[in-house]
Design a protein around this ligand. Sequence first.
Ligand code: FAD
Length: 539
Amino acid sequence: MAIRSRFDTHDVFNQPPPYENVDLFSSDVPLQEAVCANRAGEDASVLSDFGNRWGTAEMFALGRLANENPPRLHAFDARGYRRDTVEFHPAYHEFMRESVAAGLHASTWTARGERAAAPAEVTRAARFYMAAQVETGHLCPITMTRAALAALAAEPSLAGIVVAKTVTRNYDPLFRPWQDKSGMTLGMGMTEKQGGTDVRANTTTATPAGSFYSIIGHKWFLSAPMSDAFLVLAQAPGGLTCFLVPRFRDDGSVNGLRFQRLKDKLGNRSNASSEVEFTDAFAWRVGEEGAGIRTILQMVQLTRLDCAIASAGLMRMALAQAVHHCRNRSVFGKPLYDQPMMRAVLADMALDVEAAVAFVFRVARAHDRAAHDPNEAAYARVMTPAAKYWICKLAPGFIFEAMECLGGNGYVEESVLPRLYREAPVNAIWEGSGNVMCLDVLRALKRPEEAALAAALARAAGVDGADMESTSEADARIKVGRVAVLACAAALQASAPPAVAETFIRTRLMTGHGAHYGAAASIAVATTELLLQRVLPDA
Ligand SMILES: Cc1cc2nc3c(=O)[nH]c(=O)nc-3n(C[C@H](O)[C@H](O)[C@H](O)COP(=O)(O)OP(=O)(O)OC[C@H]3O[C@@H](n4cnc5c(N)ncnc54)[C@H](O)[C@@H]3O)c2cc1C
């Protein structure tokens, strides 16, 4: 419906109403089907409650405020004493409160630190996917908290007390020892100036000091610096080791974390990412000395899954905004939505969101079942980095195309598209950049179970799987891209209508998909209509 408003000089018309006050769950058909196909259908009504709340105009406004008012570092107080605190806008705290209350930071764990029963991963993934559509900056500490608990399992005595404090649904932003708080959040520090991918080059040291360690050194990126404790890699006498570094020492004094500055980032602006020095920081060891990489990898696998889910969410919001705009904007006497070339672009984009959603929820189900099913464990091992590579790489270009569907409005801040666009690249860069993900998949595919899985996916899609044998690093992107697309096809066959899966396979596997949307092999008229109705059912 056109909004009419009188100015002295002109009327305003042909401008779409804001996209807000929507149920982010019930308006999203691929999401609902992916949730059902991955055994979480019984949670539909609670997910709809969540979708209704997060789709309100109030939440969209808070998202804007949290990003227009980035955090500020207070390194010193007025008298020159160290303060090392970061101040966030109330809107950021509101998102943290809402996400923690909904269990996004810990609902996949029991209070004893065990994996929560299936479909905990899928249900949480659905909430995380919807939250990412509204505000992604605060999801950084949320994802790190839930993932850090996996690494803490290596130190059961420590995990026992930390997990119990973390799984509460209370967000407590006060700067005081976590033991005195009603809930806590966790961060992570691996990356140093000389290297982020190659953490073996870490120079930060950890010296045993009785029952704890003293950490000296730095981290070049330490996001969410107001977290209550951080998993940190440092060189102990026995080699690279994982530690838990709290903001306060055991005696209640402030620990030796000195924030140098906050990064001035492209996006992710509601969230703080600091540079930090550890000056004789108190730390507990997590896992054996020398087992640091193995220990922290338990965490990293989960943050990688969240990167893929969040990027799928960003793509979904961009697509919903584009379809909503085109339905409500006319050009040359006809809605944009009915212009044949725009329909081709939107339908082609919708296919990628269908695929990303089907894939990422299938991976979440594998995480739900990995502990009891070796095939699911193999799937999670290969497809978590494959999904992170494929979906996170796709998102920035995809969001740009959605932005263009809105024309000039899409380039303007209030449309939300610029924020989605700035937000997207970080999911590909952190927690293992694109090449690193591909090398990880290549490593995994060397094991017979994982290699068989990729070949089986090719057979199911009815395409050639011969190139699965290649182990060349130079070809890794080609191979991993194909594995990811095959996995998308299989996931679509299990969750979406046959026409959607068939069209995806035809346009992504059987004919070369060009660099731009709407330029691939044509999509049937009926399938185009089906795809667009599934993005946003007609009012
Ligand atoms: C907003 C933001 C927040 C962050 N928060 C945190 C945080 O909280 N904690 C933390 O520890 N880190 C954090 N990081 C750091 C991030 O994880 C690293 O930047 C990332 O791991 C890459 O490390 P690097 O920057 O040192 O790049 P490098 O390791 O130098 O890599 C550069 C490029 O080389 C590629 N590459 C690496 N090895 C190979 C190879 N063998 N073959 C081919 N290509 C290769 C990589 O894919 C990458 O594209 C954050 C980064 C950002 C942008």
